[in-house]
Design a protein around this ligand. Structure first.
Ligand SMILES: *[C@@H]1O[C@H](CO)[C@@H](O)[C@H](O)[C@H]1NC(C)=O
Ligand SMILES: *[C@@H]1O[C@H](CO)[C@@H](O)[C@H](O)[C@H]1NC(C)=O
Length: 407
């Protein structure tokens, strides 16, 4: 049942603190002071004028400062303020500045190249190296085949028959709409943020339970508790790893799941607090799987309600994604490379909450709700290329069986 943990939104080493160790400022005087320090300690090749970006004042033996470095530093300070980031020491800040600068250069080079179908930009990850970003993936082992782990009687591997109680949104089986957007229908809760906890499995499971309930009962989606799953779901491993379908199985067997307001998110695993679990806000009658390696079957399922999928989020371009249709191609050192992900590295889970473009080759994509906060991607969502040549789907979204609950 073990699998690699989810991609989290911060590295182990970086935690925003309430009291900044260094003042946040974009004033030129601090920038100059810092740059002077940087230059004197030789951390950055600031004095190299070979790039010809213009040279700032050179006085009192301080080496010339390139204007673009100053601008970059101001930009970094703006980014720090926006993300509430601060660093314990000046050395750490300089190190982070250098990483930030390299990421910004990577992002801008990829966008300038013009061959990507999507756009990259700054977000909460821009001061992390790719290795740091991946550092929370401590277990690199391939995800196990799920056939052996399948729960017995509750498994129904089909999306053929609709459930009578599921409401008016359900299309007839062979008549699937060209586009579906459960967010537009008001059936998806606000995007959440797992932060430093490998709990994507819980977020994806909760997202599909929230939506299934809202669709079946024709109400607004309730905001349910990921923390209850992290603390109490013994089938899964809290902030280390888990599977969305086994989380649904746990909810089914344990009476239901509480509201987030009853059992709020703490981004770490604690002892299960039985009192907070009650009353159950939503109970799950059952859960089902979509046939794997079939985007067609996934589409039929998503037409009825959001569905949880596994995903390989290892591509360096993916963490910088801001908008457009992500197609797993990336620009590295001026080359268009990819696919930079596969069905063998499913380190993340997301909820597919819609799709666009049946019969339209240019614009076919899945709408995925991620759990990296509203500041990532398109207000927390990502568009994933649909109907790709790989039978496992883009980055493995149908490599293992997608799952959804029946409430
Ligand atoms: C889905 O609906 C939401 C809410 O109306 C909207 O913001 C978003 O752009 C829609 N997505 C697509 C792909 O149409
Ligand atoms: C899985 O991801 C890691 C890190 O990005 C990469 O080195 C490895 O080649 C990938 N494995 C497969 C099978 O794609």
């Amino acid at each position: 049942m073990q699998r690699p943990p989810c991609t989290t939104t911060t590295s182990i080493h970086i935690r925003p603190s309430k009291r900044p160790a260094m003042p946040l400022s974009s004033s030129p005087s601090l920038a100059l002071a810092l740059l002077a320090l940087v230059t004197l300690t030789g951390v950055l090749p600031l004095a190299s004028s070979s790039r010809g970006h213009g040279v700032a004042a050179t006085t009192n033996g301080v080496p010339p400062l390139e204007k673009h470095e100053l601008l970059m530093l101001e930009r970094f300070h703006g980014w720090m303020a926006e993300h509430g980031r601060s660093y314990a020491t000046a050395e750490e800040k300089l190190r982070r500045f250098e990483i930030y600068r390299r990421n910004v250069e990577f992002i801008e080079a990829a966008n300038r190249d013009g061959r990507l179908t999507y756009t990259l930009g700054e977000n909460a990850f821009t001061d992390l190296t790719h290795e740091e970003f991946l550092a929370t993936h401590t277990n690199r082992a391939p995800r196990p085949e799920e056939e052996d782990e399948e729960p017995e009687e509750e498994t129904v591997i089909t999306t053929r028959a609709g459930h009578v109680s599921e409401g008016p949104y359900l299309p007839a089986v062979d008549k699937v709409p060209d586009r579906v957007n459960w967010t537009a229908e008001g059936k998806v809760t606000e995007v959440k943020n797992q932060r430093h906890c490998g709990s994507c499995w819980a977020f994806a499971a909760v997202a599909v339970i929230e939506s299934a309930y809202a669709i079946a009962k024709r109400v607004q989606p309730p905001v349910l508790s990921e923390q209850e799953l992290i603390d109490c779901d013994s089938y899964d491993s809290g902030c280390s790893s888990g599977l969305s379908w086994s989380a649904m199985k746990w909810v089914k067997k344990h009476g239901g799941i509480a509201l987030d307001s009853q059992y709020p998110y703490k981004q770490r695993k604690d002892a299960c607090q039985e009192k907070k679990r009650l009353p159950h806000a939503v109970s799950v009658r059952d859960f089902e799987f979509v046939k794997k390696k079939s985007e067609e079957e996934l589409m039929k399922a998503v037409a009825r309600r959001p569905v949880a999928v596994g995903f390989d989020s290892n591509d360096n371009c993916f963490r910088h994604y801001t908008h457009g249709v992500y197609n797993s191609m990336c620009i590295k050192n001026g080359e268009l490379v990819g696919p930079a992900c596969s069905g063998n590295n499913l380190t993340h889970d997301m909820a597919i909450v819609g799709y666009v473009g049946k019969g339209n080759d240019k614009g076919k994509y899945w709408i995925a709700k991620n759990s990296w906060g509203k500041g990532w991607g398109q207000k927390g969502y990502v568009w994933l290329k649909k109907d790709v040549a790989d039978p496992e789907g883009l980055c493995g979204i149908v490599a293992t069986r997608p799952s959804y609950p029946i409430v």
